[in-house]
Design a protein around this ligand. Structure first.
Ligand SMILES: *Cc1c(COP(=O)(O)O)cnc(C)c1O
Length: 401
């Protein structure tokens, strides 16, 4: 979408404008919730003529209706270089759908070692039985990555920062190597969203997000997306239709509502996250704070080079201590809910023990004191950061008691 003078609109404006075609919204601001399985045809001749298999064509509910089309279009407008976006019933469904669109029996997938754990699990439970081998690589070892390609390697699954351990890797370099080797690169871009990391512009071929997190933003829906340029978008869409994927119009409307405040929420979460992480980094009970937007944190330099924003998700590692002490810390918190997921308006906490979900790297990483291994992940929400810091101090007091 362009302005009057054809200058492209800035991302925060596209978040507000995207997908609001008059033909979908009518006289109101938002597209209504079109609850529809059957789409009606005018007469037998209309039915016999059929409908083109394109976005924005009424046909049957599985191809969506204006509520879903508006969400997909808004996401496409946020992703420079994308020709279209496919919606999936969850983030994991988006990862599976995208992988199956680019892999076939006999192929090899290279997966980043700090991938979201269910991505690792599906390599074993879903891809392996289909005859697709997965090999894991160290996200920070570019040469090791390049050395893993052979003539069966057709796809690479990246994620940055990585799940739980939040390492930022050199995505443009990894994607360039993959392209050079003739492989498709897919990025799980849930942490940054296109506002913080325009994945296709940085060289990736497919940009995947769990919309459950930032786009939903209110911990009340599950959804995923994958965006790509024309050719790959066609493959994603065909595979998703073959698998029968469709998202409900009610959830699409909720996701659209969340999307409209995405830029302002991410900005606030990032600044609060930096404030909380800075406080933690000065604490004697803490050995490591891994928060890329925080100056001095691991990953900060690459984050500053490649990213245009952050979010509220980061991890830290206790100095020594044990599992019981960590549980005392977590259980003493009143403002941080204990639960999976993140990116909602409310803050969350979970313990982090990534050792079982790594094979090409180790936890704790080499160079660290091996006693420093009890991690905690925080998702910073929209509360006042001073209250969150006071809450964390309650955790430290309980841990020391
Ligand atoms: C949560 C998450 C997913 C999966 O999304 P769901 O919507 O929960 O299926 C994928 N990738 C990352 C990085 C996530 O945090």
């Amino acid at each position: 979408m362009s302005g009057e003078d054809d200058r492209p609109l800035r991302p925060a404006t596209r978040v507000v404008e995207g997908g609001r075609r008059k033909e979908w919204t009518g006289a109101v601001v938002n597209p209504p919730v079109w609850r529809a399985s059957t789409h009606l045809y005018a007469d037998s001749a209309d039915l016999a003529a059929g409908r083109p298999n394109e976005d924005g064509q009424f046909y049957y509910g599985r191809r969506g209706a204006p509520t879903q089309w508006a969400l997909a279009e808004a996401l496409t407008e946020l992703e420079p270089g994308a020709a279209g976006t496919v919606l999936y019933p969850s983030g994991v469904a988006a990862i599976v759908g995208a992988l199956l669109a680019v892999l076939k029996s006999g192929d090899t997938l290279l997966m980043i070692d700090n991938a979201y754990e269910p991505s690792r699990v599906l390599a074993r439970t879903l891809l392996a039985p289909l005859g697709i081998e997965t090999r894991f690589f160290d996200p920070l070892d570019l040469d090791g990555f390049a050395a893993q390609f052979d003539d069966r390697t057709t796809a690479v699954l990246l994620e940055s920062p990585g799940s739980l351990t939040i390492e930022v890797c050199d995505v443009p370099a990894l994607a360039a190597i993959a392209r050079d080797k003739g492989a498709v690169s897919l990025l799980d871009n849930t942490w940054a969203s296109p506002l913080g990391f325009p994945a296709l512009e940085r060289g990736c071929d497919v940009a995947i997000m769990s919309l459950t997190k930032h786009v939903g933003g209110h911990s009340d829906l599950m959804m995923g997306s994958a965006a790509a340029g024309q050719t790959l978008y066609g493959r994603l869409r065909a595979k998703a239709q073959a698998m029968g994927h469709v998202v409900s119009p009610d959830d699409a409307a909720l996701a659209l509502r969340g999307l409209r405040t995405l830029a302002v929420r991410l900005e606030r979460e990032t600044s609060s996250c930096i404030e909380v992480a800075k406080h933690l980094s000065q604490h004697d009970e803490i050995a490591h704070v891994i928060c890329p937007p925080l100056e001095g944190s691991a990953g900060h330099e690459l984050w500053r080079r490649d990213f245009t924003g952050g979010c509220g998700l980061f991890s830290f590692v206790l100095k020594g201590r044990n599992e019981r002490a960590r549980a005392r810390f977590i259980d003493a918190l009143r403002l941080f809910g204990i639960g999976y997921s993140w990116g909602g308006y409310e803050s969350l906490v979970i313990p982090v023990d990534p050792a079982r979900a790594r094979s090409a790297t180790s936890w704790p990483p080499s160079g660290w004191d091996p006693a420093d291994k009890f991690g905690i992940r925080l998702s910073i929400g929209l509360e006042d950061p001073a209250d969150l810091i006071a809450d964390l101090e309650r955790g430290f007091a309980a841990m020391a008691a």
